[in-house]
Design a binder for this molecule. Structure first.
Ligand code: ATP
Ligand code: MG
Length: 170
């Protein structure tokens, strides 16, 4: 019978760990937790950021101002992509500084929860790591809508890293 926890060479099996990033301190905390508590030297870390189709201000509807709507849409999308590229470069620097060898950045589009679950399947992630909150300003729920969606829809183990009690009440 094959040993599921170690390979024949004694090396731990290669794992794909998906880290969902949105540029918030919460996903930074999730990353720190992964580095400190979960990381294995041969892990492949997949940094995934989802871009949602921009919502153009209501005053510019497709029907009454087609060109202006499209221009605004393209402009907003470009800014989102530029921000994602800045994020990519920051995160890759952090990975390099920590001596990680296998990491890559994946920019996906769509509703973030769905896009993260899709990426987890497509890349056969062994685990999804994410924060419990993100950039959203509304605090109506215990965890954010993206982490809630992934927790309930992913076919993969999900590790959600909450703030400490002190951080949560600050
Ligand atoms: P909401 O977005 O519902 O207002 P929130 O912003 O506080 O709430 P979430 O968006 O659920 O909370 O964020 C929780 C975690 O989900 C983040 O810490 C991050 O790990 C991940 N996440 C959120 N948005 C994205 C995204 N666009 N791409 C990748 N990961 C994301
Ligand atoms: Mg959010």
């Amino acid at each position: 019978m094959t040993d599921q926890t170690t390979s024949t060479t004694g090396e731990e099996p290669l794992r794909v760990v998906l880290l969902a990033i949105d540029g918030s301190k919460h996903c930074q905390r999730a990353f720190d937790y992964y580095v400190k508590q979960l990381r294995r030297h041969n892990d492949v870390l997949l940094l995934v950021h989802a871009i949602e189709p921009p919502s153009v201000p209501g005053s510019l509807s497709v029907s009454n101002s087609g060109d202006a709507f499209l221009r605004k849409h393209a402009e907003m999308l470009e800014e989102q992509i530029a921000e994602a590229r800045r994020m990519e470069s920051r995160w890759k620097d952090s990975c390099r500084e920590l001596g990680m060898n296998h990491f890559s950045f994946l920019l996906v589009s769509g509703e973030p929860g769905e896009a993260i679950c899709r990426a987890a399947e497509e890349h056969s992630a062994d685990m999804v790591v994410m924060g419990s909150r993100g950039l959203g300003l509304l605090r109506r729920t215990f965890i954010g809508s993206v982490s809630d969606y992934v927790l309930h829809h992913a076919y993969r183990p999900v590790m959600i890293c909450p703030p400490t009690k002190r951080e949560a009440t600050e």
